[in-house]
Design a protein around this ligand. Structure first.
Ligand code: GSH
Length: 307
């Protein structure tokens, strides 16, 4: 099997979701650690513009967004599916809510001075981060909640989650994990990673025990790979053959398009449309450093437009 290369950085919560899935499934992976702020030249050459983290590279195929990365990894490794049929709708819907609504509450909470821990090593890196994220926020269509709103959203969620786990089940929907466990895990990990609000977790004993179970999965690190080696692997590999199709009237396969998240970090990737269906969007692009690559996105949460 071609190696799984995760482009990520340690502080990134969405990367923590994927690190935990890789660990839970016992999958070997390569770690390409990127900077917390731009530029990220190798990742950008591969994605063609999409700038959110993480992305998963498998040879000359690049998978963007953790919803799609989870679906891609699901068929691999050991253990139960992340998308078991009996709770698939509930698990997917909870994961989407956590990754959007709870995420913005988590951002408010984590960046309260008392919850930040040592996120920034010095004032200059804090300033560089603020400038980078101001660029990232351009064109975003999201609302970051106030502290009061974020606290009440999180308190309510923790109470409901604790009640759900109170019957002794190990995971949110029963005996087996689902994608929702990993989505909730990374968000709680992010909120508390600076050591703040520890009492919120400690007082929810079922959540605290579940959190330790989930945290253990993410302790399974990847073997480092350099950006140059990751680019060389893309150059050597052939992108997957994708059955051409499009369900967008007026944008057939072969059209030059751009694909971008619809909510935030809306920087588009440019390429030629290979496929667009209810699950995925795939474009083909070329770059001197990578050769031909396929860039895959989930359909949910992404827009496709002619270039
Ligand atoms: N829905 C996306 C969200 C990804 C996301 O927001 N990632 C954050 C880091 S955890 C990001 O890209 N922040 C800006 C950056 O790192 O440049 C996913 O599931 O992958």
């Amino acid at each position: 099997m071609t190696e799984l290369i995760l482009h990520h950085y340690p502080e990134s919560p969405f990367s923590e979701k994927v690190r935990a899935i890789l660990g839970a499934k016992g999958l070997a992976w390569r770690s390409l650690q990127v900077s917390m702020i731009m530029p990220r030249p190798a990742t950008a050459a591969l994605t063609g513009g999409y700038r959110r983290i993480p992305v998963l590279q498998v040879g000359a195929d690049i998978y963007c967004d953790t919803a799609l990365i989870a679906a891609y990894l699901d068929g691999m490794g050991t253990g139960p599916s992340l998308f078991a049929a009996d709770n698939r709708l509930a698990a997917q819907t909870l994961a989407r809510w956590v990754d959007t609504e709870l995420f913005w509450a988590a951002v408010t909470l984590r960046f309260m001075p008392e919850n930040m821990g040592n996120f920034f090593t010095d004032p200059a890196s804090a300033q560089a981060f603020a400038e980078d994220r101001a660029n990232f926020a351009q064109g975003a269509q999201v609302r970051r909640p106030s502290v009061d709103e974020a606290q009440s959203r999180y308190a309510r969620f923790l109470a409901e989650m604790d009640a759900q786990l109170a019957d002794g089940r190990p995971y949110l929907f029963g005996a087996d994990w689902s994608v929702a466990d990993f989505a909730v895990y990374h968000m709680l990990w992010f909120i508390h990673a600076g050591g703040g609000m520890a009492d919120w977790l400690a007082s929810r004993t079922h959540v605290a025990a579940w959190m330790e179970r989930m945290r253990a999965f993410a302790q399974h690190g990847g073997q480092e790979i350099s950006a140059d080696d990751a680019l060389a692997l893309a150059l050597e590999a052939e992108p997957l053959a994708i059955e051409p199709a499009s369900d967008i009237a007026g944008i057939p396969p072969g059209t030059a398009v751009n694909v971008a998240p619809v909510d935030y970090g809306v920087m588009p990737s440019h390429g030629t449309l290979l496929r667009c269906d209810t699950d995925i969007v795939v474009i083909r692009r070329e770059h001197a450093l990578t050769g031909a690559v396929n860039v895959h996105f989930p359909r949910h949460g992404f827009g496709v437009a002619r270039d």
